[in-house]
Write a protein that binds this ligand. Structure first.
Ligand code: PLP
Length: 359
């Protein structure tokens, strides 16, 4: 009964959980440092926590179908009118699902510059789409010409990630313009980490009618467990999106916590500051080549050592980081490390040193 496209979907590999490490190595749960999934080490905003407590006894009530309260708060935060904003659950992943479901028919194509975030190909394949992978340059930048050459009459979406996961580099505005101006496909720019960066690309939604920008509450806002995201898109597309989307996809707790998190400028600033300082510290101190990052993680090249081996040795010592060998076209020498608190970062550096000497 299962559609044949589904069998082409490789299983999504998430970062390791604390429970997995506890059972694999018999460590104390409280001693484990989890920096493999780019979560916020400060936790959620205290205002979001209070909003969750306050909303608990209303769990029997449906949320608003159009998440208008949250979209109004997002309007203030982004400067876009609510007509350009879609709130999505579960997470930005839900927005990716919604956009794919809207435009991809069996036999259509999507373009994915690798290595990058692994989820894009899942909803595309589930809709019968075929991913076309284009390798990034050595420094992880994209070549707009190569991407445009890979496009065909059946290309429906081009996925671009800025800052890119796992490499941390930004997409230059001119590269994006070049692609937008030379394709009729939708261009989906994933800005999951944009608050940690020096620039964003959302302003271009005002100029181009084929640009969608995806954002999330999972990273800087520390609400990954609530599964809340949003999209900034042209009004014509937002109207159609609502037609095909799951109603009430944003749960009431997610909606209330999202509004509260947006109001907590102090927590957001603290989170950004922590990531910016920490990534410089890690870049300087980790005893391997570390790439410059515009995000809350850094990419470490452990060559000639294998990422899997180093990751496992770090894990035995209670540190969870992400080996990138499961990322398509990333090779087997890269590890992604989430920036932690200053204390955690010191431990990370010390443990990397120890593992380097042992392996
Ligand atoms: C974490 C992440 C997302 C997913 O965000 P959710 O809102 O948690 O679904 C999307 N894109 C990138 C690049 C990410 O790293």
């Amino acid at each position: 009964m299962i559609k044949k496209e589904i069998f082409d979907i490789a299983e999504y590999v998430p970062g390791k959980s604390i429970e997995e490490i506890v059972s694999a190595y018999g460590l104390e749960p409280t001693s484990i440092i989890k920096l493999g999934s780019n979560e916020n080490p400060l936790g959620p905003s205290p205002k979001a926590i209070q909003a969750l407590v306050n909303v608990a006894s209303y769990a029997n009530i449906y949320p608003s179908a159009d998440a208008i309260e949250l979209r109004e708060a997002l309007s203030k935060y982004t400067g876009f009118p609510v007509s350009n904003l879609i709130a999505s659950g579960p997470g930005m992943d839900g927005l990716l699902d919604g956009v794919c479901r809207l435009v991809i028919e069996r036999g259509d194509e999507v373009i994915i510059p690798t290595p990058t975030f692994a989820y894009y190909e899942l909803p595309a394949r589930a809709c019968g789409g075929k991913p076309v992978f284009v390798r990034r340059n050595q420094d992880f930048s994209i070549d707009p010409e190569k991407i445009l050459e890979a496009a065909s009459g059946r290309t429906k979406i081009i996925f671009l990630c800025s800052p890119n996961n796992p490499s941390g580099n930004l997409l230059p505005e001119n590269d994006l313009r070049k692609i937008l101006e030379n394709t009729t496909a939708l261009v989906f720019v994933d800005e999951a980490y944009v608050e940690f960066a020096d620039r964003n690309l959302a302003g271009l939604v005002r100029e181009y009618d084929n640009l969608v920008v995806g954002r999330t509450f999972s990273k800087v806002f520390g609400l990954a467990g609530l599964r809340l995201g949003y999209g900034i898109m042209p009004e014509w597309l937002a109207k159609e999106y609502i037609r095909a989307a799951t109603p009430f996809s944003v749960s009431l707790p997610a909606l209330k916590a999202g509004v509260a998190a947006l109001s907590d400028t102090e927590h957001r600033k603290k989170s950004i500051d922590l990531a910016r300082k920490g990534r410089e510290y890690l870049k300087e101190k980790i005893p391997f080549k570390v790439y410059p990052s515009q995000s809350n993680f850094v990419l470490v090249d452990v060559a000639p050592l294998k990422a899997k081996v180093v990751t496992q040795n770090l894990m035995k010592k209670g540190i969870i980081v992400r080996s990138c060998d499961s990322f398509r076209d990333a090779g087997d020498n890269f590890i992604r490390v989430t920036v932690g608190t200053p204390e955690q970062n010191e431990i990370i550096v010390r443990t990397f040193e120890a593992v380097k000497n042992e392996v």
